[in-house]
Design a protein around this ligand. Structure first.
Ligand code: HEM
Length: 460
């Protein structure tokens, strides 16, 4: 936004508002492009630089007006106490249109509510318990496949593992290598297009680029795969009650208000939301453990004491306190979903500032979870900070890796169970030594660590 635009906007705002609320402060920006160059060159560094302007910070990029939010109380207001006043908005929907616009993650209002209620049955505590054995078995098979001393790229290894767990648990089927590759390629193609997402808005639409062609090919393959899955399940006479069967039945009976085309979007939503996030979290957790021998020792001691040489089961989770602390701390330092986006339905006031209706709020998870006002030594990996009841000492929304309020992650319990069981199963079998010394962080589909290689040595 230019200075002139900003001044006109503020003038309009003050004329309409008896309170004369001002827009949040922000960096001085170039006309038209605003902060686009800085934000797309180094999005993490740019977000960090914004924190010096305050808890709510205006900037413009990618042709949109943004307000970055670094205040946990405002995060709580947007996600929880006044959630009805906000929607996902244009910026999120531009991403949703690339992936699955009619799926749960992007639906709004009554449609969203009906979908959420219908899909919730796949995520009850009883259901999660029934997925646990598959989580452990899949992990054991993955680790047993590694040769002693093999250098493993964690992102690839965990993406295959979490996709296997997801499709078996939620769809009751095995993906062969070819089907797995279709989903992985679609994930990568979307990640690649997102890297240059902002710049797309400056390109004439007809310019063919390799990235766009790759994306279109990958999505066509994914659509073919999903169509086959639906057709196969329709022709299946077995009595199943997994998520895929629920979706197909719902579309046929139109019981949930889920129109048939939405089934495709729903499947795509779960294929993406359910595997890449968890895989990324596992990558960070293992890389952190590999560089922190004290934490690894404490983890091993807990596993020895609780499991005594056997694999973990769902019933062990309440006793695996330190394992849970490792997971929570990894999600604090490296939240796979690094920012949430919302747009006010009408002009509103937040944190004492005026927020026009067309503004995209960026709730900055990564930055809030490393803010030294709420966290001692915020950049250090200290799982034990989660011991006891530490939440009472800081605002609740100083930590929100799974979002919050009615739209919090529907797979949160699934993910937390999987993360703990996978770590415990792996730690019994292998030790990791860092080959990749430094992470090359960037903001992609999830918080992308770059290539993460470790040497996996068998523990026995
Ligand atoms: C570590 C792993 C995960 C993380 C960090 C994560 C994070 C999140 C976050 C932050 C949101 C809220 C987005 C927003 O409010 O804008 C969300 C929503 C969602 N997540 Fe997850 N997630 C994870 C795993 C999963 C899994 C395993 C599944 C499914 C099996 C899943 C399915 C979804 C869906 C469908 C939504 C949209 C919910 C709605 O809008 O009602 N996620 N996730």
């Amino acid at each position: 936004m230019t200075e002139l635009d900003r001044a006109q906007r503020e003038h309009r705002a003050s004329e309409e508002s008896p309170d004369c609320h001002r827009l949040p402060p922000g960096p001085a920006e170039l006309p038209v492009v605003g902060s686009t160059v800085a934000a797309s060159r180094d999005a993490l560094g740019f977000a960090e630089s914004l924190t010096s302007y305050g808890d709510l910070v205006s900037y413009s990029a990618f042709g949109e007006e943004f307000v970055a939010v670094f205040d946990p109380e405002v995060v709580e207001t947007v996600l929880v106490s006044r959630n009805d006043a906000f929607e996902k908005g244009d910026f999120e929907m531009a991403f949703g249109d690339l992936v699955a616009p009619r799926g749960l993650a992007f639906a709004e209002g009554e449609r969203w509510r009906r979908q959420r209620t219908a899909l919730q049955s796949a995520f009850t505590p009883e259901r999660i318990r029934s997925y646990a054995d598959e989580m452990v078995a899949g992990t054991a098979a993955t680790a047993d496949d590694w040769a002693d001393g093999e250098v493993v790229e964690l992102g690839d290894a965990f993406a295959s593992l979490t996709l296997r767990v997801l499709t078996r648990a939620l769809f009751d089927l095995d993906f062969d290598a070819q089907r797995g590759a279709v989903v992985r390629e679609a994930t990568r193609a979307i990640g690649a297009i997102m890297d240059r997402f902002g710049l797309l808005s400056f390109l004439p639409e007809w310019v063919p680029t390799r990235t766009e062609r790759r994306y279109e090919r990958a999505m066509a393959d994914l659509d073919g795969l999903v169509e086959n899955l639906i057709a196969e399940r329709r022709g299946d006479t077995a009595d199943r009650d997994d998520l895929l069967s629920l979706l197909v039945a719902a579309a046929d009976a139109d019981e949930t208000g889920m129109e048939p085309e939405a089934v495709r979007d729903q499947l795509v939503t779960f294929l993406f939301a359910g595997h890449e996030t968890t895989s990324t979290a596992l990558t960070y957790a293992c890389w952190l453990l590999a560089g922190n021998p004290d934490a690894r020792e404490r983890l091993d001691a807990e596993l020895d004491a609780v499991l005594g040489g056997r694999d973990p089961a769902f019933g062990d989770l309440p006793e695996l306190d330190y394992t849970e602390q490792v997971v929570r701390e990894a999600l604090r330092l490296y939240p796979p979903v690094y920012s949430l986006y919302r747009q006010p339905r009408t002009e509103t006031v937040l944190g004492g500032y005026r927020i026009p209706a067309d503004t995209t709020l960026q709730l900055a998870t990564y930055n809030v979870q490393r803010d030294e006002r709420w966290w001692d030594a915020p950049d250090e990996f200290r799982p034990e900070r989660w011991r006891g009841d530490p939440e009472s000492e800081r605002p609740e929304y100083a930590y929100f890796p799974f979002g919050g309020g009615p739209r919090h992650c529907i797979g949160m319990r699934f993910a937390m169970t999987e993360l703990q069981l996978v770590l415990a199963t792996l730690a019994r079998r292998v030790e990791f030594e860092r080959v990749t010394r430094e992470l090359d962080l960037s903001m992609g589909l999830t918080l992308d660590p770059g290539t993460v290689e470790v040497r996996a040595s068998k523990t026995k």
